[in-house]
Design a protein around this ligand. Structure first.
Ligand SMILES: [Zn+2]
Ligand SMILES: [Zn+2]
Length: 342
């Protein structure tokens, strides 16, 4: 429902003044008023126009909408965290910023690495991050033009953003207009705050919820969390990559945890129960009689537990502990043991 661009709904461009927005809204409100407009869709249209004006008519909500694509003052859209395993990815070939809107090109996608300890990644955590990014210049609203003035159509390219250059003969190539650099507009009196770029730099601090079970080399993408483009271009994305420290005794593969432990020779021979450390606390593990070194036991449910209810196991490889030094008594017992098996 709210997916339509609010600017499109009001029929104004992104750098319209508050006064222009108000005018456009009044005109549309009259046009779609059910008393005047018998069209069945008019009422629905009016509802959406009201919705758009509710945001764009309020400069604070409008600024949030421009920055984050939502009027929600929470800021960065964290929707991607709902289903973390579908939004997790490795590498990021082919991810461009922007939302496919016509107009000034989107800003850059920013990338950041978040370091996590093994346990933070295992159990999930919350991380404070701080980074700098370009947002719309508050003085000119991102247009780059001095307040009160507006960008004019570029004379070099006539607003096309491209010029056709003859290469001699029948050859000609289209090139990005050198005057407006493809924007199709030129600014006669640039905003003094941003020197016509339409951007200002801010330090953004935010807290990022990290769900349990993220792995080294995985990442998440926060749509619209990156740099805004020049002169009102939409923001690129913010990509957070996870770098997870190894653990000294546990190794993780997918949802499972792998570890090795020593068991005393008599336990291996006769069977028994030993205590094994797990990330969920120490736990008892049964060892079968006649267990050979290298046998792997599975401790169900002692691996990673994800938010969406999946869980892994802990796999324990046992080594038989053979003492290097034996006392006189131990030697005698082993000799008798050996005799019995002869
Ligand atoms: Zn400015
Ligand atoms: Zn031009």
């Amino acid at each position: 429902m709210a997916e339509d661009d609010f600017y499109d709904l009001l029929g104004v461009n992104r750098r319209a003044t508050q006064e222009e927005i108000k005018k456009a809204y009044r005109r549309l409100a009259r046009e779609y008023h059910p008393d005047r407009n018998p069209d069945k869709n008019a009422e629905e249209r009016l509802k959406r126009v009201n919705e758009a004006y509710d945001v764009l008519g309020d400069s604070e909500k409008r600024a949030n909408y421009d920055r984050y694509g939502t009027a929600d003052s929470q800021g960065i859209n964290m929707d991607g965290f709902g289903d973390i395993f579908s939004s997790l990815f490795r590498g990021f070939g082919g991810f461009g910023g922007g939302r496919g809107r016509a107009g000034p090109p989107a800003g850059q996608t920013l990338r950041m690495t978040i370091k996590l300890s093994f346990l933070e990644a295992f159990f999930g955590t919350e991380k404070e991050i701080a980074f700098r990014r370009n947002i719309k210049c508050e003085t000119c609203g991102g247009s780059g033009a001095k307040p009160g003035s507006s960008p004019k159509q570029c004379r070099t390219c006539g607003g096309q953003g491209q010029v056709v250059r003859s290469m001699g003969g029948f050859m000609s190539v289209a090139q990005t207009c050198p005057t407006c650099r493809g924007l199709g507009e030129s600014i006669e009196s640039p905003c003094s705050e941003c020197r016509g770029q339409g951007l200002q730099n801010e330090r953004k601090e935010t807290s990022v919820p990290i769900p349990p079970g993220v792995e080294d080399g995985q990442g998440i993408r926060i749509q619209g969390g990156g740099n805004f483009g020049h002169r009102g271009g939409p923001p690129g994305d913010l990509i957070l990559m996870f770098s997870v420290e190894p653990h000294e005794s546990f190794v993780r593969r997918g949802l499972h945890i792998y570890m090795e432990t020593d068991i005393p020779f008599p336990v291996a021979a006769m069977g028994g129960e030993i205590e094994v450390p797990t990330l969920w606390g120490n736990s008892k593990m049964k060892v079968k009689r006649g267990t050979a070194g290298g046998t792997v036991f599975r401790m169900k449910g002692k691996g990673v537990h994800t938010e969406n209810g999946r869980s892994g196991d802990q796999l324990v490889r046992v080594n038989i502990h053979i003492p290097k030094k034996l006392s006189k008594v131990q030697k005698e017992y082993l000799a008798q043991f050996d005799d019995v098996f002869d």
